[in-house]
Ligand binder design. Sequence first.
Ligand code: C2E
Ligand code: CA
Ligand code: CA
Ligand code: CA
Length: 279
Amino acid sequence: ADHVVPPEDMVSESRDERAGLDKIRLEARLRDAIDNHTLDVRYQPIYDIAEGRVSGYEALVRWQLPDRGAVSPAEFIKLAEETSLIVPVGEYVLDRVLEVLTALRDAGTTPLPSIAVNLSARQLVEPGMASQIVARTQRAHLPPGALKLEITESRMLDYTPVAAVMAHCREHGIPFALDDFGTGYSNLTHLHKLDFEFIKVDQAFARHMFDSPRAMAIVNAIVAMAHGIGAYVVVEGVETHDQLQRLRALGVRYAQGYLIGQAQPASSVLSGEAGRGLQ
Ligand code: C2E
Ligand code: CA
Ligand code: CA
Ligand code: CA
């Protein structure tokens, strides 16, 4: 017969293979993007509510593919974590951030803004990662607090090695933020077992602050708790002046979101344009 129709199970098998192949191709292209410096790092301003100015940025990686458009970090960070690529991705982002901080310092920018880099706890305990971070940061001769690390965690981890690595970084002037607090695995046990200078409240809470009195009460309770453990609160996803005003009344120190600004290229940070914040 000219046309042999493959049995069902063979069809689905080849579909799996194709998915596997896509992943391998994507992995190779991600490696190219790292090697060719085509991964983009964007900077989203963070607003100090108490001081009324943009005091720092969060570095957010973007991967633009000519044939696929932007691949969300949610997709390729997961892919990178499944492979050994998460280490070079982390180093790449860190190096870009240190370049920006060094350039700002050399230009005499005072006060020097801080820039936060996202790391999964798994990335943080990757052998050699912490010593790389510390070595690269020391080489840049930056003041303490210029570089921050935001810890995102999808799975539970053994706290002991995480705490040890955090203590090592902190000794070298690198503070930590617990990301996406209030969702997923970002929970009270993390705050109990680990020492964070900042707690980032997930954007779901800001989004529902006005339609749900409970969301408001939760933000209020997080502020009280943060005060008790000596951490600052950063609320993410702030999109309106009403939200910002309410956060100020609740005693929240920092706000981040589209009201203050979207993630912008390094050039806007270097020109100071990205830090203009609220007008
Ligand atoms: P995240 O750390 O929670 O980052 C905040 C995300 O919320 C960003 O999405 C940002 O663009 C978005 N966002 C900020 N303000 C607003 C707002 O007012 N409204 C709304 N609707 N959204 C807002 P993005 O850039 O897609 O990042 C997604 C996640 O990818 C990040 O979540 C972070 O966990 C991860 N990620 C990004 N860069 C890196 C990285 O360099 N390394 C690692 N390990 N993860 C990264
Ligand atoms: Ca983050
Ligand atoms: Ca977050
Ligand atoms: Ca997130």
